[in-house]
Write a protein that binds this ligand. Structure first.
Ligand code: GDP
Length: 467
């Protein structure tokens, strides 16, 4: 993989690709992220990992250093400045990294326990990645649990699979094929071990790793960086214009009220900038009062860092934004810098329309959908549409009495849609009572895939019972 083609000659700056980690619970997402952030320590490049709010940057120098033993396998010189990893793994947060018709994330690592194989959230992650059209690679984790595996102490971040006894190598191959590659084929992806892949646009690269011992991390980072600068150059071209971003989460900032953790994917955000975002009650136009970033430290500690005010941040970045009125915004909403009041109004209208398009209100038959964030609502609505399940009403928030009233109205048209699908939200007591009274079925889950499966199973049973 040589990724320098054309990049340097253009003279244009590239930003870091934004990378997310997804996968089933306990398959090692958190351990992998910790390990990646810790690599800089081992690579003897202290101070180079930059901690952002909600994200961390692994600089190109660290990746090149780690990948040194792999020169023959992956020869490239990096032109991207590094990789920006979103710190919180899993698809809940990922769905909030929304961007019209896609995602703010440029790349994803899907973590699969090589011994356990695909699980419900593995499938769900793949569905969401497909929906949002995010390219991904697969980290086949926990290779150290293969019986007989001996970690490589000399170059600890490089896989030692060729140094294992024949039978251990064979077992690795078997698990890799049966539990990961074959499963990817089943869901429509051609896949192979990364060092056998010839065309990365057609084949998903699978990298055996151990987040525990660190083996394979060098390959993982090298493949990611190589792929990003080879295939994503247009997307990563950085313009020093007004910032474009998305609200990842809203948080209480002691002494300053509600702040928004924002991922900036283009441009520059400055203190005092006029910004436009949106909430369920409408657009929010305000000015940035403060931008907060973690204090840089010499020593690398990923844990809680004190924040300090900064004057500006360049994409790609994670930053905490303090601004009056931002508490009315919603996670998953876009955030834009406007260069004039006039432009702010136009952007506000754009944001309003975008958010309204995700909330559904009809008089037709269909299910009622409630989700915890704008991002998960969008993912859920999209998944329902793909399955041709009609939606009467969809919004963000707990299941309330009015949702039950909507379901009752739907039931009057078609009793099979007397249903509320609640994703990661509470059911308010009065809603519960009302649902019982009107025999409205409420499905509740924190896995989209499972929520739909529960509903579809119930639906089929109702149809069967009718016959
Ligand atoms: P998450 O839920 O996907 O974030 O999973 P975690 O990172 O919390 O890992 C779940 C468990 O698996 C923890 O006990 C980890 O120590 C363990 N684990 C993670 N990666 C590895 C690995 O590569 N090898 C082994 N043996 N255990 C691992």
């Amino acid at each position: 993989m040589s990724g320098t083609a054309g990049g340097q000659s253009t003279g244009k700056r590239l930003r870091q690709p934004i990378v997310v980690v997804l996968g089933h619970v306990d398959h090692g997402k958190t351990t992998l992220l910790d390990r990646i952030r810790g690599t800089a320590v081992t690579a003897k490049e202290p101070g180079l990992i930059t901690q952002h709010v909600g994200a961390s940057v692994v600089p190109a120098s660290v990746i090149e250093k780690l990948a040194e033993p792999l020169k023959k396998l992956i020869p490239f010189k990096l032109i991207i400045p590094g990789l920006l990893f979103i710190d919180t793994p899993g698809h809940e947060l990922f769905t909030n990294l929304r961007r019209r018709g896609g995602s703010v994330a440029d790349f994803a690592i899907l973590v699969v326990d090589i011994n356990e194989g695909f699980q419900p959230q593995t499938y769900e992650s793949i569905e969401i990645l497909k929906q949002r059209r995010v390219p991904f690679i697969v980290a086949a984790n926990k290779i150290d649990k293969i019986p007989g595996w001996k970690p490589n102490p000399n170059t600890p971040f490089v896989i030692s699979h060729r140094k294992q006894p024949q039978w251990v190598q064979e077992e690795l191959e078997r698990r890799l094929w049966d539990n990961v590659i074959a499963k990817l084929y089943e869901v429509g992806f051609q896949a192979d071990r990364f060092d056998r892949v010839k065309d990365f646009t057609r084949t998903v690269a699978v990298i055996p790793i151990s987040a525990k011992t660190g083996e394979g991390i060098a390959e993982l980072l090298a493949v990611l960086a190589g792929l990003a600068q080879r295939y994503l150059q247009n997307r990563l071209r950085f313009a020093e214009g007004p910032a474009r971003g998305v609200i990842l989460e809203l948080r209480e900032q002691p002494g300053l009220g509600t702040a928004a953790d924002v991922i900036i994917y283009d441009g520059v955000l400055r203190r005092g900038d006029l910004i436009v975002t949106g909430g369920l009650e409408g657009p929010v136009i305000t000015r940035v009062r403060a931008l907060l970033m973690p204090k840089p430290l010499q020593e690398i500690r990923v844990a809680k860092r004190e924040l300090e005010p900064v004057d500006e941040v360049y994409a790609a970045a994670g930053v905490r934004v303090v601004a009056p009125g931002i508490e009315n915004a919603v996670a998953g909403a876009p955030i834009y810098v406007a260069t004039s009041e006039e432009e702010a109004k136009q952007l506000a209208e754009k944001v309003r329309r975008e958010i309204e398009a995700l909330r559904i209100k009809t008089d037709a038959e269909g299910v009622v959908v409630k989700a915890d964030t704008l991002g998960s609502l969008e993912a859920l609505v999209e998944a329902l549409r793909q399955k041709n399940i009609p939606i009467r009403y969809a919004d963000v928030g707990p299941v309330a009495k009015r949702d039950v009233i909507e379901a009752v109205a739907s039931k009057e048209i078609n009793k099979f849609y007397a249903v509320i699908l609640a994703f990661n939200v509470k059911i308010l007591p009065e809603a519960e009572a009302e649902a019982e009274k009107h025999e409205i079925k409420i499905f509740q889950h924190n896995v989209i895939y499972q929520l739909l499966e529960d509903f579809e199973k119930w639906y089929r049973e109702q149809i069967e019972a009718e016959k």
